[in-house]
Structure formats: structure tokens, C-alpha cells
Design a protein around this ligand. Structure first.
Ligand code: IMP
Ligand code: MG
Length: 163
């Protein structure tokens, strides 16, 4: 099924430029540390893949389903690790609030959030990312990992669909 696009919002070039900047910032902040990246499935896989290639400290990548983050289903090796959650988008903040609560119970050494997109006007619970790629409005977006009914994740740019 074809999804029509209303408007391109963020170009591939702008995304890649911003990821390089985020990579540098994260590299500086985690110098001398052994970073654990937690990629929130499924939307964040493309962002994570590009981001980790711009981070120049030793790191490991693990994947977490947003739907399955009760703390007793999380691995014990999160304890004492420097964790960076990588998310595609923060909308209401509900998903991340749950994830942060569960991971915190595992007592990591530190816990930060990196999101590609942040819908500042929509966040209800005070979740503020430590690293944010772009601030966007309330509109629903697709591409670069973000889906509309599981479609359009493969777009190299971010767009507003005709829905
Ligand atoms: P939240 O819990 O309201 O912050 O929503 C977070 C999740 O909803 C994200 O991880 C996405 O999977 C999905 N989501 C929120 N806004 C959008 C959007 O504009 N496009 C695609 N998915 C979205
Ligand atoms: Mg998601």
C-alpha cells in the first residue's frame, strides 16, 4: 500500500549533518567511559546505526522493545553501566518515562537519553532528552525509521504523510 507524502520536513543531508554533531558531543561527554547504547525498537534502528558510527568511544549496542520493558524482563548487566537510550521520537513522553523508570531500577552508573526528534509541545511528563536532533511541531512524521502502519521506515529523510 502506497503512502503519499504531503511535505518533506528534514532532508537526508540535514539529518546526517546533525548526527555528526551529536556523535561529537556524545564522544566528548563519554570520553574514558565504556558506553552501552540501548536502541529502542523498532523506530530507532536506522538512527542508531548512523549515530554509533559517529561516536568514537568504546561502546556496545543492545536493543530493547518499547513494549517489553518491565524491569524484571531487563538484563542484570545494566547495573553500573553508563547507558545512553537512543530513541527515534519523543511525543507525549509516556514510552520513555516507562523505560527510564524500569532501567533506573537496574541501578546503572548513569542514564541519558538521545532522541532524533522531540515534539516539545506534546511532552506531558517533563521528559527532557540530554541530546536531541531536531525539535518539531505536533505533526505526525514518517521516514528514517519512523513508520506509518509499519511503512515508510526506509525513507532517508523525514516527511509528513498524507493521512
Ligand atoms: P510517546 O510515548 O507519546 O512519546 O510516543 C513515542 C512513540 O510513539 C515513538 O517511539 C513512536 O514509535 C511513536 N510516535 C510518536 N509520534 C510519532 C510520529 O510522528 N511518527 C511516527 N511515530 C510516532
Ligand atoms: Mg519508537
Amino acid at each position: 500500500m502506497e503512502v503519499k507524502l504531503k511535505k518533506k520536513l528534514i532532508s537526508e543531508k540535514a539529518i546526517q549533518k546533525r548526527i555528526k554533531e551529536l556523535g561529537k558531543e556524545i564522544t566528548n561527554d563519554y570520553e574514558g567511559k565504556d558506553l552501552l547504547i540501548l536502541c529502542i525498537l523498532k523506530g530507532s534502528i536506522i538512527f542508531t546505526a548512523d549515530l554509533v558510527r559517529n561516536i568514537k568511544v568504546p561502546l556496545t549496542v543492545d536493543y530493547l522493545s518499547a513494549k517489553n520493558t518491565r524491569h524484571n524482563s531487563l538484563p542484570d548487566y545494566l547495573k553500573d553501566r553508563d547507558i545512553l537510550i537512543v530513541e527515534d521520537i519523543i511525543d507525549s513522553g509516556t514510552t520513555l518515562e516507562k523505560i527510564v523508570k524500569s532501567i533506573s531500577k537496574k541501578e546503572p552508573a548513569s542514564l541519558k537519553i538521545c532522541t532524533l526528534l522531540y515534539k516539545k509541545e506534546c511532552v506531558k511528563n517533563g521528559i527532557i532528552p540530554d541530546y536531541a536532533g531536531f525539535y518539531i511541531g505536533k505533526e505526525f512524521v514518517v521516514g528514517y525509521g519512523l513508520d506509518y502502519n509499519e511503512q515508510m521506515r526506509e525513507l532517508p529523510y523525514i516527511a509528513i504523510p498524507e493521512v
